[in-house]
Design a protein around this ligand. Structure first.
Ligand SMILES: Cc1cc2nc3c(=O)[nH]c(=O)nc-3n(C[C@H](O)[C@H](O)[C@H](O)COP(=O)(O)OP(=O)(O)OC[C@H]3O[C@@H](n4cnc5c(N)ncnc54)[C@H](O)[C@@H]3O)c2cc1C
Length: 503
């Protein structure tokens, strides 16, 4: 193994996703000499963060609190927008309810309480934001937002990582590509560096501290099958091919504790024809299919298997992706009739969207290749079960079904108006929930819950926040909050460490 250059870095950050980039900016802003290591080549940088839709969740008082973040909007623009408040208590309650109360209280509190100041900090670093139109409906000329997620990064994940790379470039931070971190080095019980593989050669890079922000194990088929279940071997990987769990292995070898929900992950119903791993030439999360609360979902047997209208898509899509994987042939169809088709999200109208169209329900069944009789029975039973009430996709309207299992709890309209549309979908894994244990300041903890000196983590690598499900848009916010904190904590550790040596 080569002993690398004599240079010793204050902070080595592993990864170039949102969490890593935020942590590198924060460390540099705090006076650190920072190096970033990226496993992929330059053209495949940015991790899962690059592939995102850019939806980012934070707590805010009311729509006026969005003004500093959406500074390009005028007062007239704001006058045409309506949205419910989304206070810290609301964000926190969303985490509690989707994780069934299992989220680590300290970590989730930190995520929520730091969310608003962190989004302002991101803006100061050059990240631009825009309204998340997907989360709104036109209500007589007023844009009505719902679901606590009214903002996304400008130009989705592409714009997010581009802005952070630009910031780091302006700060003169070095990034090494094709540099896979494989092992942490320690001396006197402190992290002292990282072993990196570059062009097949192993080198040691000396560092006073290391921030691991190199994702979960979603792109590792063996690990998926081992921890999530055999069926996960077949899942499409929606994002980076490089998140194979290296960081988790390295951290645990250095004494970190596995933490959180290792048997579950975030998944999404994804176009059946989507590429098997994220295609860097087609980012922007174009293969997901999120408008199912407006329609019906059936499996290849022609049977419904989830309550499509249990809640807004933000709170169910992660769970329903997984349910799809459990269905025959890991396949399902999202169904819409002409009444709701104009309300479908943009991804349904892209040329990449696989769509089956038919003028009758019988013809639709034939084209889908499902059990026709069963399918017709499913639709008939559903139509018979639809109850009255006022249909309103902007709120949980309570217009549901009665007497069928599973029910459709909101937004239940009869499936009756031709033409009819079916979108074949399967399950795409987004990221894994299991990680390592970290403090609320992003310090990696050992078996005694004590910080491992010099080791920090952020983003997908931190376990304990999400269990079974997560509120949409929390992944980017978690990466930003704990990424920034990891950079700051590493800087403060290095300053103390330097002081201790000089004393
Ligand atoms: C298609 C898609 C859409 C999504 N949409 C949203 C959304 O709209 N909102 C939201 O909040 N979340 C979304 N997510 C989830 C979100 O991407 C993640 O929660 C978040 O980006 C994770 O950030 P991260 O920095 O922890 O990891 P990543 O962004 O995945 O970064 C990990 C980095 O580590 C690098 N790496 C891995 N191993 C090594 C190694 N050994 N050495 C060096 N580098 C290594 C990778 O190449 C990568 O650069 C989406 C994810 C996908 C895939």
């Amino acid at each position: 193994m080569n002993k690398n250059e004599n240079q010793k870095f204050d902070v080595v950050v592993v990864g170039t996703g949102n969490a890593a980039l935020c942590s590198a900016v924060a460390a540099k802003e705090n006076g650190m000499n920072v190096l970033i290591l990226e496993r992929g080549p330059k053209e495949k940088r940015g991790g899962n963060s690059f592939f995102t839709d850019g939806a980012i969740r934070f707590a805010y008082q009311d729509k006026h609190a969005l003004k500093p973040i959406l500074s390009h909007l005028t007062s007239e623009d704001f006058a045409k927008i309506s949205m419910p408040e989304y206070q810290e208590a609301d964000f926190h309650q969303d985490i509690i309810s989707v994780t069934e109360g299992k989220s680590d209280p300290e970590l989730s509190k930190q995520l929520v309480e730091k969310s608003y100041e962190t989004i302002q900090w991101m803006k100061q670093q050059g990240v631009a934001f825009e309204l998340n139109e997907n989360q709104s409906f036109d209500n007589n000329g007023v844009q009505q937002f719902w679901g606590g997620l009214p903002v996304k990064t400008y130009r989705k994940g592409i714009g997010l990582v581009e802005a952070l790379f630009q910031k780091l470039e302006s700060l003169g931070v070095e990034i090494r590509y094709d540099a896979r971190a494989v092992q942490l080095e320690t001396a006197n019980n402190k992290v002292s560096g990282v072993i990196v593989e570059e062009n097949g050669v192993r080198k040691e890079i000396q560092a006073k501290s290391v921030v691991l922000a190199c994702g979960g194990f979603e792109a590792n088929k063996e690990k998926r099958m081992k921890y999530l279940g055999k069926e996960w071997g077949e899942a499409i990987v929606r994002g980076s091919e490089f998140n194979t769990g290296d960081g988790l292995d390295m951290a645990m070898k250095a004494g970190a504790q596995p933490y959180g929900d290792w048997s579950s992950c975030h998944a999404h119903t994804t176009d059946f024809q989507a590429p098997k791993v994220g295609d860097y030439k087609k980012p922007g999360d174009i293969y997901k299919k999120s408008s199912y609360p407006l329609g019906l979902i059936v499996n290849a047997n022609g049977e419904r298997f989830v309550d499509e209208g249990a809640d807004f898509r933000n709170y169910t899509y992660a769970k329903y992706g997984k349910e799809t994987l459990r269905q025959p042939k890991q396949k399902a169809f999202q169904l819409f009739d002409e009444q709701v088709r104009p309300l479908l999200r943009a991804e349904y109208h892209l040329e990449e969207a696989t769509c089956i169209k038919a003028n009758s329900i019988e013809e639709l069944a034939e084209k889908m290749g499902v059990d026709k009789n069963k399918f017709l029975e499913t639709v008939r039973d559903y139509n018979d079960a639809v109850q009255g009430g006022e249909y309103n996709p902007a709120i949980k309207d309570g217009k549901g079904t009665k007497g069928i299992t599973p029910p459709k709890s909101n937004w239940a309209l009869s499936f009756q108006k031709a033409p009819f549309y079916a979108y074949p979908v399967t399950c795409g894994i987004t990221f894994t929930f299991g990680g390592i244990q970290a403090s609320k300041y992003s310090e990696v903890l050992d078996e005694n819950q004590k910080p491992i000196p010099g080791l920090f983590a952020a983003g997908e690598m931190i376990g304990g926040l999400f269990y079974g499900n997560y509120p949409g848009g929390s992944g980017l916010m978690s990466g930003a909050v704990f990424g920034k904190l990891a950079g700051e904590s590493a800087a403060s550790y290095v300053q103390q460490f330097a002081k201790a040596i000089s004393e």
